[in-house]
Each structure stands twice: as structure tokens, then as C-alpha cells.
Design a protein around this ligand. Structure first.
Ligand SMILES: [Zn+2]
Ligand SMILES: [Zn+2]
Ligand SMILES: [Zn+2]
Ligand SMILES: [Zn+2]
Length: 554
């Protein structure tokens, strides 16, 4: 089929369906999308709440637990142990399909009846002494780690693996003693930096490879003892950097100065590595992937976000790992031929399900293990299954939504509880106008601060242990937050000032600084070639195509 321009049914903007997209939709047997890629991301993301955590009780064992489900929400929520136990039977919630009612409203009712697992954790790789984590496994003594794992003594990070004694990272792995980093990898003692590989004891590095004892440097490779991109005597370096480190104001001033300084240098159109015919950002070792972000080892994928090892997948967020032929999925891995599903593992031929494992041929199910020919949690013979399935497909096809994700009306979370608000923030009014839910009560406290930001000692060396007992208020959003013991120790050891923003604002800033999930058409500032980049054309940065960047910088 030819390329087609459509109007998004949500935001009314035009979007394009390419001719090879039709081939994929044909292969999956689904209808082409009715919403634009951004709206599709927003709709899926309402099934993914990583960071909004609540305290509540397990509805089975009544233990106090941390949960991503708001205590006011209609769901029955079990702790992981109860959820994975045989103390309850998902089939006891089985419903008949009623052809006179819309399928998705029946599915929504099922979701509200079947217990939910409090947080998303990886039981095959349990964490130790790390209660406040989500979408994360194999952590030890960690605090507020999301979408990652395999870490120790680390805090306040998202999209990370193999962290040790590290805090405040967005997207990075194999880090030790690092702080405030975006896309920092295999580094030790790197702080306030972005796009760094193999850095050691360096601060304010932007695009650096194998740098050591560098401070405020851009586009450097294999260098040590550099200050603002100039070689500097070791003794002078020490003196200059020691003056800044540890002081909140001096770090803040230097950061502003460095932002301006870095604008003089060209940057790459994207941060992709070892890719063939790919568009997007932070794509590694992949082939023929388009509009993908934070994707590694993928092939023939489109609109993939935070995914690994996937092949022939469209519109999918999170996980991957041996995933093939997915469309409109969230948190699906080790699975094949999955449509419109949230969280499936080791399964195939699954459609519109919520948490199904080691299952096949299931449609509209919740919390199944080893399910086979199941619709709305009711078991059927293969023939019955196919007959009912055909009726449901007919209904969805008549509405043009077979292949679209489950509608926001049955999403388990409000827009502002989920990663949708991190990546495509909306005001309350706009979210509601778009048909999304909004949560007023996020269990945030404000106005209870016992120590005002301006009264926090400027330098970490003047901060006493008593700060652990204080309640602070974020300078950006006013949210109250605390400094935990492990954190204070970390700041002291690494000579870092107490942050004046809460974790959520720090994270939000890193997401923004990471570049976002949107590509713009722009011209290379050197050769004029058309490029696709996350730098909007009106931004002040100098952006080069890959070739020009390598010629000039490498
Ligand atoms: Zn749209
Ligand atoms: Zn329990
Ligand atoms: Zn804040
Ligand atoms: Zn160029």
C-alpha cells in the first residue's frame, strides 16, 4: 500500500503511515493505528507507573507494603508473595463474553476484580534491603531505583544497571561512585556529566571518552588534567576544582557557566552507536530501527522505547529480550505475537492481556500462568476459543481499533502517575480533555519543612548529622523530602552538596536534558545535510551530522 496521511483521533494532528508499516500491520493481522505515534505512546504509558509509589496494605496478608496502585483506586492489591502464591485462583474471576457489551468495558471490569501485584519486581532476581524500587531486580541496599537493577548501595536512578555507590543517574551502566549523570557508562567518579564512556574522577563532562581528572570539558577523548578544554598543571587543577566541589552555590554557578561554554562546540545528531539505518536516540547495536529511543540490539523495529533484543516490533515500551512480532505492548519480553498487552513473559499469541506468563492463545485475561485458550479468565476448547475470539475481533474491527492499545478508560493509573507525564507532560486540564485520568492525591507532602533551603549549609563539610532528622522543601516544586543516612554518607564521601531539589524534579531535569523522545528534521550545521535529531531547529546548539562530527571531533 502507498503511504497514507491520517488524522489522529486523539489530538487531531496529521500523522503518516508509511508503506512498509502497512506490510507490518498485515503480517500482524491488525488494523492500522487511529492515533499518532505520540498519542500512542501516551496511551500505552498509562499502564506504566514506575515512580509514583504509595504506602498501603496488602489486601490478602494485610502487611504494610509499597505499591504503585493508589490506595484509593478500585484495585485489590497483593504483595508480591501473596500475588505469586496459590492462595487465590485467577480463573475464579472468569467472565463470559457478552456480545451486547463493548469488549473493553468487560475487560476493564475484569481488571478491577483480579488482584494486582503491588510493585513490578523480578522474582527470579530478588532484591535485598531495597524496598522503594520498581521495575527493578537484583539490588542490594538500594533506594528509589527504577527500571533497572543489579546494583548495590545506589539511589535515585532510572534506566540503570550495575551501579555501585552511585546516585542520580538517568540511563547508564557499570558505574561506581558516580553522580548526576545522563548516559554515562563504564565510569568511576564521574559527576554532573552527559554521554561519557570510560571516565574517571571527572566533573561536568559532555561527550567524553576515556577522560580522567577533567573538569568542564566537551568532546574530549583520551585526556587527563583538562579544565574547560585546556590542559592544566596538576597542582593548579587540584586547587581550582577543590574550590568548587562541595559547595552548592559554586557548583550551580559553574554549571551555568559550563552550559554556555558547551554551546560553542558542535554535538552529534544523535547518540546512537553501531547502528545501521536507524533513526532515534540512544540506539545501540541495532539495524533498521526507526523512531526508537533507548533501544539496544533490535532489528526492524519502530516506535520502541526502553527495549532490548527485539525483532519486528512496533509501538512497544519497556523490556524486550527475545521479543518478536509485538505491537502496542508495555513490559513484554521473551514473547512472540503479542497484541495490545501489558506485561507478558514466556508467552505467545496473546492479545489484550494484563500480566500473563508462560501462556498461549489468551485474549483479554489478567494474571494467568500457563494459560491456554482463555478469554476473560475463562478456559475454552480451541474451537470455542476461536469462535468467541472471532466475535470479539469483529467488534474491535468494526470500531477500527483492532491492533490499537487498550483504551485509557481502563488504564490502571492516572496520567500524572506514569512515565507519560515524565516524557510528554500535560497539564491537568489537557490530560482530562484528552480523556486521561488525573490524580490529585499523589501522597506528596508540602509545607511541613523544618529546614528551609536557604538555611542548608552551602558546603557539605558544614552539614551536620542532624540533617537526617530535618524535612526539606524542594526549591522547584515545594515537595517535602528527606536526606537519608546512606545519602548523607555518599555526599560527604564524594564531596557533593546537599541537593536543593527533590528527587522527582532532579529526575525530570535529567529526562529533559537527555533530549526527549521526539525527532525533528534539521540541517547539519556544517554540511547542510538533512538530519533527524532531538534538537529542535530553533534550539541554540550547533548540531552536526555523524560524518561531520566524526571528522571534526574524533
Ligand atoms: Zn495524536
Ligand atoms: Zn500479602
Ligand atoms: Zn521537586
Ligand atoms: Zn554534516
Amino acid at each position: 500500500m502507498e503511504q497514507e496521511i491520517k488524522n489522529c483521533q486523539n489530538c487531531k494532528q496529521e500523522f503518516v503511515i508509511e508503506s512498509d508499516d502497512f506490510a507490518f500491520y498485515g503480517k500482524m493481522g491488525v488494523q492500522p493505528p487511529i492515533s499518532c505515534p505520540d498519542c500512542r505512546f501516551k496511551i500505552r504509558a498509562q499502564f506504566r507507573n514506575e515512580m509514583t509509589l504509595y504506602s498501603r496494605k496488602c489486601d490478602l496478608c494485610h502487611r504494610s507494603i509499597i505499591s504503585m496502585y493508589n490506595p484509593k483506586s478500585p484495585y485489590t492489591v497483593y504483595c508480591e508473595e501473596c500475588y505469586r502464591s496459590d492462595k487465590w485462583d485467577p480463573y475464579s474471576f472468569g467472565q463470559d463474553y457478552d456480545p451486547s457489551q463493548p469488549f473493553f468495558s468487560q475487560l476493564g471490569k475484569l481488571f478491577q476484580r483480579v488482584p494486582k501485584m503491588a510493585i513490578f519486581s523480578d522474582h527470579t532476581r530478588p532484591s535485598v534491603n531495597s524496598e522503594y524500587i520498581n521495575y527493578s531486580g537484583a539490588n542490594k541496599n538500594c533506594y528509589l531505583i527504577f527500571n533497572g537493577g543489579d546494583s548495590e548501595n545506589s539511589m535515585y536512578s532510572r534506566g540503570t544497571r550495575f551501579l555501585t555507590d552511585t546516585s542520580d543517574i538517568y540511563f547508564g551502566q557499570k558505574l561506581e561512585r558516580c553522580y548526576e549523570g545522563i548516559n554515562v557508562n563504564q565510569s568511576n567518579g564521574v559527576r554532573f556529566s552527559k554521554n561519557v564512556t570510560s571516565g574517571v574522577d571527572s566533573d561536568f563532562i559532555f561527550n567524553g571518552v576515556n577522560v580522567q581528572d577533567c573538569f568542564g570539558c566537551v568532546n574530549l577523548k583520551h585526556k587527563n588534567n583538562y579544565f574547560l578544554n585546556e590542559a592544566i598543571d596538576r597542582v593548579v587543577y587540584k586547587k581550582k576544582t577543590e574550590e568548587i566541589r562541595g559547595s552548592y552555590l559554586k557548583i550551580k554557578n559553574f554549571s551555568e557557566k559550563f552550559q554556555k561554554f558547551s554551546l560553542k562546540f558542535p554535538r552529534r545528531e544523535n547518540n546512537n552507536l553501531k547502528t545501521i539505518d536507524c533513526s532515534g536516540d540512544y540506539i545501540f547495536e541495532s539495524k533498521n530501527c526507526h523512531n526508537c529511543f533507548e533501544a539496544a540490539v533490535c532489528e526492524n523495529c519502530k516506535y520502541g522505547f526502553f527495549v532490548k533484543n527485539s525483532k519486528d516490533c512496533y509501538d512497544f515500551t519497556g523490556f524486550g529480550y527475545n521479543a518478536e512480532l509485538l505491537i502496542e505492548c508495555v513490559g513484554v519480553g521473551f514473547s512472540q505475537r503479542i497484541i495490545g498487552t501489558y506485561w507478558s513473559e514466556n508467552s505467545h499469541d496473546i492479545q489484550y492481556c494484563f500480566s500473563v506468563f508462560s501462556s498461549e492463545y489468551c485474549l483479554g485475561c489478567d494474571s494467568l500462568n500457563n494459560g491456554q485458550y482463555v478469554i476473560l479468565n475463562k478456559k475454552y476448547t480451541p474451537n470455542q476459543f476461536n469462535e468467541i475470539r472471532q466475535n470479539i475481533l469483529k467488534e474491535l474491527q468494526s470500531k477500527g481499533i483492532y491492533g490499537s492499545f487498550m483504551p485509557p478508560s481502563i488504564a490502571p493509573f492516572a496520567y500524572n502517575e506514569t512515565i507519560a507525564q515524565d516524557y510528554m507532560p500535560l497539564s491537568k486540564e489537557d490530560a482530562i480533555a484528552a480523556g486521561f485520568r488525573w490524580e490529585e492525591n499523589l501522597q506528596i507532602t508540602k509545607g511541613r519543612e523544618t529546614l528551609k533551603s536557604e538555611n542548608i549549609p552551602d558546603n557539605i563539610k558544614d552539614v551536620s548529622d542532624s540533617i537526617e532528622n530535618e524535612i526539606l522543601a524542594c526549591v522547584s516544586c515545594g515537595r517535602n523530602y528527606r536526606i537519608i543516612k546512606q545519602e548523607l554518607e555518599f555526599y560527604r564521601k564524594e564531596i557533593l552538596p546537599i541537593p536543593r531539589q527533590c528527587f522527582y524534579c532532579r529526575h525530570k531535569q535529567r529526562v529533559e536534558d537527555g533530549g526527549g523522545l521526539k525527532l525533528y528534521d534539521r540541517k547539519c550545521d556544517k554540511c547542510g545535510k538533512q538530519i533527524k535529531t532531538t534538537y529542535a531547529p530553533d534550539r541554540p546548539e550547533i548540531v552536526y551530522c555523524e560524518q561531520c562530527y566524526q571528522q571534526e571531533v574524533a
